[in-house]
Design a protein around this ligand. Structure first.
Ligand code: GDP
Length: 463
């Protein structure tokens, strides 16, 4: 879907704000080379700039004052990010210098690039589809190794290729149905129906459902999960938090009630980002500051994906603790029997039977025992038993994709039902066409301008 080439030349600082070793000003559009010739004086005079070659020289403003020493590269269309002429000026990473260079380019006729406009131009020129453009955003925003890896796969077409395979199947199904429309002979229709039904199931619905599952799992890797640490004071919540973080972030003291507010920390379990919230120990207390902390703890627990209910294995549970467990056991939770170093295995076995509603694990935060097992149970409580997503997840469709995938599945389900009810073939063809249109929305073939604006507005300027 190549659009007509852009007439305006855009410019922006492509590197992150703040001081750095180098800062790059990027230009794209028909005037990029002319602007390079005006603002950049190569040390050795050049009859012409060769494509994809670095030149050393100075950058000047419109009064021919030297702004910086820099390296410049001219990249001739179409072998560029945007498929237009692109120029990069690699200056020193001073925001004053970069702003000055940019101002000069604007004075000479370039216009400021909008957020994501370079990538949008690459998309509009047909160099990348919309899922690849979105992968660029994912990559820039990735917070873990795994989400960066998923974004790179998607950038290389992992999602697009799967969608293409599904699209080809749907096109084939449409062709089969059209034969039945053109030759409305009963035998042809029966043969086509059987073929369509099996192709629809295996080559369309199954892969679509797999992608939907990946979207759910991918969200976990992209956004992470919220875990709340709950339990009465002094059971070892702060100690466990410190072990999980491998650093002393929370204050650990033998006095009950030292964690008055909630503490939030982030870490990663097997590639899965975790936001761990240590709550104020919940107990009946008159101290108003502590009471506020307790209230906040209850709220946090409501919003958590998983609650770790910590119990001191060496002490008897009191009434508020039992009440707390009753409110937690309806949520996804893990009971963590801490201070196992102080008790014998029989005590642990007896305690385990008291918590029938979810997994129970015994640890010692102090001796750092059972921590690996706890992490495994956390991972599988969220991801599912026996699944290792780091291995299995090859791409991670985002929320926009998820919505479209669900609509495509619904259209295919309607098709399946209509076939089952022996609906007229032209009605079946309508459902196939709507599934095809949805896939077109996903890759950007038929995406509306509003949706494109939303997608590209998520980018930073200069990308
Ligand atoms: P919190 O109030 O629930 O955050 O509990 P803390 O983490 O502040 O721990 C309370 C007390 O229990 C401290 O003296 C810790 O050293 C001790 N403690 C924590 N975990 C363990 C453990 O696994 N074994 C033993 N023996 N003591 C522990």
């Amino acid at each position: 879907m190549a659009n007509p080439p852009a007439t305006e030349t855009i410019a922006a600082i492509a590197t992150a704000p703040g001081a750095g070793g180098i800062g790059i000003v990027r230009l794209s559009g028909p005037e990029a080379l002319a602007l390079l010739r005006t603002v950049f004086i190569p040390r050795k005079p050049q009859p012409r700039f060769l494509s994809h070659r670095l030149y050393y020289g100075t950058v000047i403003n419109t009064s021919r004052q030297v702004l910086d020493e820099a390296l410049a590269v001219y990249m001739q269309a179409p072998h560029t990010y945007t498929r237009e002429d692109v120029v990069e000026l690699h200056c020193h990473g001073s925001s004053l210098v970069l702003q000055e260079v940019l101002r000069t380019l604007f004075t000479l006729g370039a216009r400021p690039a909008e957020p994501g406009e370079f990538t949008k131009r690459a998309f509009l020129a047909g160099r990348i589809d919309l899922t690849r453009a979105e992968a660029v955003i994912e990559l820039l925003q990735a917070q873990t190794e795994k989400s960066a890896q998923l974004a790179v796969h998607q950038l290389q077409g992992a999602l697009f290729d799967q969608l293409e395979a599904i699209r080809n199947e749907l096109v084939h199904i449409l062709a089969l149905l059209e034969v039945a429309i053109d030759f409305p002979d009963e035998d042809v229709e029966i043969v086509q129906h059987t073929q369509v039904a099996s192709r629809l199931e295996e080559a369309v619905l199954l892969p679509l459902q797999r992608l939907l599952a990946m979207a759910d799992q991918g969200r976990i890797f992209r956004e992470g999960i919220k875990i709340v640490l709950a339990g009465r004071p002094n059971v070892g919540k702060s100690s466990l938090l410190n072990v999980l973080l491998q650093e002393d972030r929370a204050l650990v003291t033998p006095l009950p009630g030292t964690t008055r507010d909630t503490i939030e920390e982030r870490f990663v379990i097997r590639g899965m980002p975790v936001h761990l919230i240590d709550t104020a120990g919940i107990r009946l207390h008159q101290d108003p500051v502590e009471a506020m902390g307790i209230e906040r703890a209850r709220k946090k627990m409501q919003q958590a994906d998983l609650v770790l209910f910590l119990v001191d294995a060496s002490a008897e549970m009191d009434r508020p603790e039992n009440e707390l467990y009753q409110s937690i056991c309806k949520k996804t939770h893990i009971v963590v029997l801490n201070k196992s170093d102080l008790v014998d295995p029989q005590r642990i076995a007896a305690l385990t039977h008291q918590f029938p509603h979810g997994p129970v694990v015994s640890i010692s935060a102090k001796k750092q025992q059972g921590i690996q097992e706890l992490q495994d149970i956390i991972y599988h409580s969220v991801i599912g038993e026996g699944v290792d997503l780091c291995e299995e997840l090859t791409c991670a469709p985002n929320t926009r994709h998820r919505v479209i995938l669900a609509k495509t599945v619904a259209a295919c389900q309607r098709l399946k039902l209509a076939m089952h009810d022996h609906a007229p073939v032209d009605l079946l063809a309508v459902e196939v066409q709507s599934a095809l249109d949805y896939l077109g929305d996903m890759t950007g073939v038929t995406t509306t301008d509003d949706v494109l604006d939303v997608v590209f507005s998520q980018f930073c300027i200069g990308k």
